[in-house]
Design a binder for this molecule. Structure first.
Ligand code: FE2
Length: 360
């Protein structure tokens, strides 16, 4: 199935007005469009936020019978839609449904004075959907029904987040293979073989993970399931508080992670702490890098190397009260992996957070 790239990520949240402010002020997104009661939409309010090629939409429901309110009540704030750009949404939908996907919105066109957009949606794990978007014939701010919005943070240059790198799903124990097979069958994706010492990563991360990717490697979907580890699995904690499967984290790429993380920290974004001990041997493990180890240590950025190069990454604390969705900033220098070598360090950091919440 031809996928042109990520279109947008839509989060269904309890209070989109405040969530939008958070992603603007803390993460440096700019407000691009809005739909809500003021624009004739009666049951919801949606804020479209952009940075680089990343488009984030936060939506909340306005009435108690709203499926958006129900979602936010059940799962907390989280990813509802991992939307993909396609050349033909009707074809993508038909192919997907023929291959066993469950349709959630039949192909349809939306139209306004800026052109028309073709949309269709299918279900994936949990209550998450993939909406196929064909916006080749559209020049408006986002979708018909949305009005372009003056950014509330005016000339804010953002923090240098460029594009979505990968979106991770957490699924129940024993269900990872099912979803691997789903993405292979429905999307024609392939499992990405990346270096990982499975025993070590399972012991420390208490998760099993496989990664699906489209032909060009633009779209990457790691799928996690819980595994027996040293302590209670972080995936189990997620599944408990999310009441089922869902998106665990969204990784966004930067070409200068040091400047990006400096800016995010100045804006108040909280990151997982990495122990000092991590920096004692990371240089030996990863080898030569372009960045200064002092900067990485100061900002608590993690590093890992695989056969193709190295990567730098850091994980935020969860973005809402429930220990569910969080974000990653990643800078790749050739490496195609996901920082498996950091599982141990990451696990130790997450474990401390879990202990503070009394869930360990
Ligand atoms: Fe990641």
């Amino acid at each position: 199935m031809p996928l042109e790239g990520w279109d947008h990520l839509e989060l269904w949240v309890g209070n989109a007005k405040q969530a939008a402010y958070f992603y603007e002020q803390a993460f440096g997104f700019r407000r691009a469009a809005y739909a809500g009661p003021e624009t004739g939409v009666r049951d919801r309010a949606s804020y479209v936020l952009e940075q680089g090629e990343i488009r984030l939409v936060v939506t909340s429901g306005l009435r108690r019978d709203s499926p958006i309110c129900e979602f936010a009540c059940l799962h907390g704030d989280g990813v509802k839609d991992i939307s993909l750009r396609v050349p033909d949404a009707t074809n993508a939908y038909r192919e997907a449904v023929q291959r066993g996907a469950r349709g959630t919105a039949e192909p349809h066109w939306l139209e306004d004075e800026f052109g028309k957009v073709e949309l269709a949606s299918i279900a994936t794990y949990g209550d998450v959907v993939h909406t196929f978007v064909n916006r080749a014939g559209y020049e408006g701010a986002y979708l018909p029904g949305y009005v372009a919005h003056e950014s509330t943070n005016g000339s804010d240059p953002g923090v240098g987040l460029l594009h979505v790198d990968h979106v991770v799903g957490n699924v129940e124990l024993g269900r990872m293979e099912h979803w691997v097979e789903f993405y292979e069958r429905v999307f024609g994706m392939t499992e990405m073989i990346h270096f990982s010492d499975e025993d070590i990563s399972t012991e420390y991360s208490a998760l099993m993970s496989k990664v699906l990717t489209d032909g060009e490697g633009k779209i990457k979907f790691p799928i996690n399931e819980p595994a027996e580890g040293k302590r209670k699995s972080q995936i189990e904690e997620y599944l408990e508080f999310n009441h089922g499967p869902g998106s665990q984290h969204v990784a966004m790429a930067s070409s200068n992670i040091v400047d990006t993380v400096d800016a995010l920290k100045a804006r108040g974004v909280l990151f997982l702490a990495t122990p000092d001990a991590y920096y004692e041997d990371v240089g030996d493990r990863v080898g030569e890098i372009d960045e200064s180890w002092d900067d990485l240590r100061r900002l608590r950025i993690l590093a890992d190397r695989d056969d193709d190069g190295y990567l730098l990454q850091i994980f935020t604390k969860t973005a809402q009260d429930r220990p569910t969705l969080f974000f990653e900033v990643i800078e790749r220098h050739g490496a195609r992996g996901f920082g498996d070598g950091n599982f141990k360090a990451l696990f130790e950091a997450i474990e401390r957070e879990q202990a503070l919440r009394g869930n360990l």
